[in-house]
Design a protein around this ligand. Structure first.
Ligand code: GDP
Ligand code: MG
Length: 597
């Protein structure tokens, strides 16, 4: 136990976490030549393409330092706020963290939010100044920034380049010298923290854990505390690039467990594994059932594919327990599902997986957050509204609550004004403003989550010319003055386009939605009136004018292949169209409210 070190790497996106992890694996000889692919830890195709880590992973390295053998468990954490609960559990499984800061970019929003998580879990922080090879690096200044942030000595900051290999040996030495060995008691009843799980179609769910006390043995009957269910440990072992089965995994170590569980929902991140015969009295603190934050309807483009879509969603859920869904029907779109996601990235991932892995063509409706509505009749019991159309009649409502977040934004002093105006427009309340240096400012806002869902990132990038980083954490529900804005196409309400909007912004947003829809809905043989309404009151109106000419007319007598190409293009575009009443509505229109300029 005294020669084990458990650590993670925390960093703002693109500061070099994955590259550094690869370099550490390389240096400790933990990968063979054949296994040397770029960014080894990012395994899912989607992760590689997007250059982000979606699921966290763990990997064990062996390293000889001053004549002694050490086991170094590197626990990788996902780099996106949608998965912040998994990040917090991975951090809880460690005693130390490498805090990577890009020597050209300095401290950014995720650096700070991840650092807070690490400090809450009493982790030893090792600051690493990465990318010192870059010509644009500012090593002295950025070291000062790190020293200010951590209150550490400048000599503790390790200059490194994950690209060229500078500093890697120093980092490994610091991991051993500065991070404490795990504590734990080998004689106590088993207590292991689940920090991740991965679905394997052949072997069922693989559970990743860190043993806090006791040991976990092959063949042992174990219990998951939160789900209160018992299984046999068919296989336990440690994780290198591949799994190494063992007779047992002992106090302080990190490993995997296979029990034959076939449904990801039965293994919950944050849960405690214990011995079924003599269970521990104390579950590990910090377990939470993760709750979906963003909801949207998913409908098959072809109404005949509803059952196929259901089967696909069920399979997806087997390996992604954070996806929730329930059947719903929409007057406009027919039968589909209301799905709950951890956030917008998670939603995109699910959509993409449905298409890639299951060959489904789907329409996704405008995402919304989950609201609590209280009626006058029953003002103490919250009605959970995951779909704007479920909001009770306005006359019966006592109040509506919406989820709020605490936002951290780091930007250059020059853009503070712009960023503030944007946040205020987004109903943000400024709670704090700190000059990190004379150039860089940290701003904190309390804001409705719904405003982040709607085009916030893009706007923030624009108003700060790219010099702003952003992160957030949920802070609970607050009362808001919300109304439902409905959209009517050709005088027919389209339920899938309804949205809950703050009363003060409703008229403006209704107007912009009509304008956007006018752009997006293709012209047809007749005029299409587009209206926004609150209850029976129309607040805005636009018209998509009837088509005059056949679009291919201008090609007649011309090049026949050009005409065919045009028809082909139209056909492709049509794939993701839905007939709503007698109006053809493209997929983009269902997302229009997200892209209002
Ligand atoms: P992550 O998002 O924190 O995992 O960052 P990555 O490891 O994916 O790195 C982001 C980008 O920075 C990639 O293009 C890397 O090649 C590059 N990078 C990482 N470390 C260094 C470094 O030390 N020097 C230079 N020049 N580039 C680096
Ligand atoms: Mg990465």
């Amino acid at each position: 136990m005294k020669n084990i070190r458990n650590f993670c790497i925390i960093a703002h996106i693109d500061h070099g976490k994955s590259t550094l992890a690869d370099r550490l694996l390389d240096f400790t000889g933990s990968v063979t030549e054949r296994e040397k692919k770029e960014q080894l830890l990012d395994t899912m195709d989607l992760e590689r393409e997007r250059g982000i880590t979606i699921k966290s992973h763990a990997i064990q390295m062996e390293y000889t330092y001053k004549g002694e053998e050490y086991i170094l468990n590197l626990i990788d954490t996902p780099g996106h706020v949608d998965f912040s609960y998994e990040v917090s559990r991975s951090i809880a499984a460690c005693e130390g963290a490498l805090l990577i800061v890009d020597a050209a970019q300095s401290i950014q929003a995720q650096t700070i939010s991840n650092l807070y998580l690490a400090l809450e879990n009493d982790l030893k922080i090792i600051p690493v100044l990465n990318k010192i090879d870059l010509p644009s690096a500012n090593p002295e200044e950025v070291t000062d920034d790190i020293v200010d942030l951590l209150g550490c000595d400048p000599s503790e900051v390790i200059p490194a380049s994950a690209k060229t290999g500078i500093g890697i040996e120093e980092i490994l030495a610091a991991v051993i010298e500065r991070i404490p060995a795990p504590k734990g008691n080998p004689d106590e009843s088993l207590q292991a923290l689940v920090f991740d799980s991965v679905y394997n179609p052949f072997r069922g769910v693989e559970t990743y854990f860190r043993v806090i006390n006791g040991e976990i043995k092959k063949g042992q009957k174990i219990k998951f505390v939160a789900t209160d269910s018992d299984y046999y440990a068919d296989e336990v072992g440690t994780l290198k690039l591949t799994q190494h089965p063992k007779q047992s995994v002992k106090t302080g170590d990190v490993g995997y467990l296979i029990t034959g569980i076939k449904d990801a929902r039965e293994v919950k991140v944050g849960d405690t594994i214990t011995d079924a015969a003599s269970p521990t009295k104390n579950a590990i603190e910090g377990f939470e059932d993760v709750k979906p934050m963003v909801f949207a309807g998913i409908y098959p483009v072809d109404t005949d594919e509803f059952e196929e879509l259901r089967a696909s969603m069920e399979k997806l859920q087997l390996n992604d327990a954070s996806l929730v869904f329930a059947p719903e029907s929409s007057a406009a779109l027919g039968f589909g599902f209301r799905c709950g996601f951890l956030g917008m990235l998670h939603m995109e991932i699910i959509q993409e997986r449905l298409e890639r892995e299951f060959n489904m063509t789907v329409i996704t409706t405008v995402p919304n957050v989950s609201y609590n509505a209280y009626t006058r009749k029953n003002p103490t019991e919250a009605l959970i509204v995951n779909n704007p159309t479920d909001l009770p009649d306005p006359s019966s409502i006592d109040r509506v609550e919406e989820p709020y977040i605490k936002a951290t934004i780091i930007t250059k002093a020059d853009y503070v004004g712009n960023v503030m105006s944007l946040c205020i427009e987004k109903r943000g309340l400024i709670t704090n403003q700190t000059y990190l240096t004379t150039e860089r400012v940290e701003l904190n806002f309390d804001m409705p989550l719904a405003e982040i869902v709607f085009d916030f990132y893009d706007r923030l990038k624009t108003v700060s010319k790219g010099y702003a980083s952003f992160d957030y954490t949920p802070i609970g529900m607050r009362v808001s003055k919300l109304v439902r804005v409905d959209i009517l196409l050709n005088a027919q309400p389209v339920d899938a386009l309804s949205a809950l909007i703050h009363a003060d912004n409703a008229v403006n947003i209704g107007k912009r939605m009509c304008e956007k829809l006018k752009e997006l809905i293709p012209r047809q043989q007749f005029d299409i009136p587009i209206q926004a309404a609150i209850g029976s009151k129309v607040i805005s109106r636009e018209t998509t004018k009837a088509l005059r000419k056949d679009v291919t007319a201008k090609c007649y007598g011309g090049d026949i292949s050009r005409k065919r190409k045009l028809l082909e293009k139209q056909k492709k575009g049509k794939k993701r169209m839905r007939q709503v009443g007698n109006v053809e509505v493209p997929q983009e229109a269902f997302m229009a409210v997200l892209k209002l300029n």
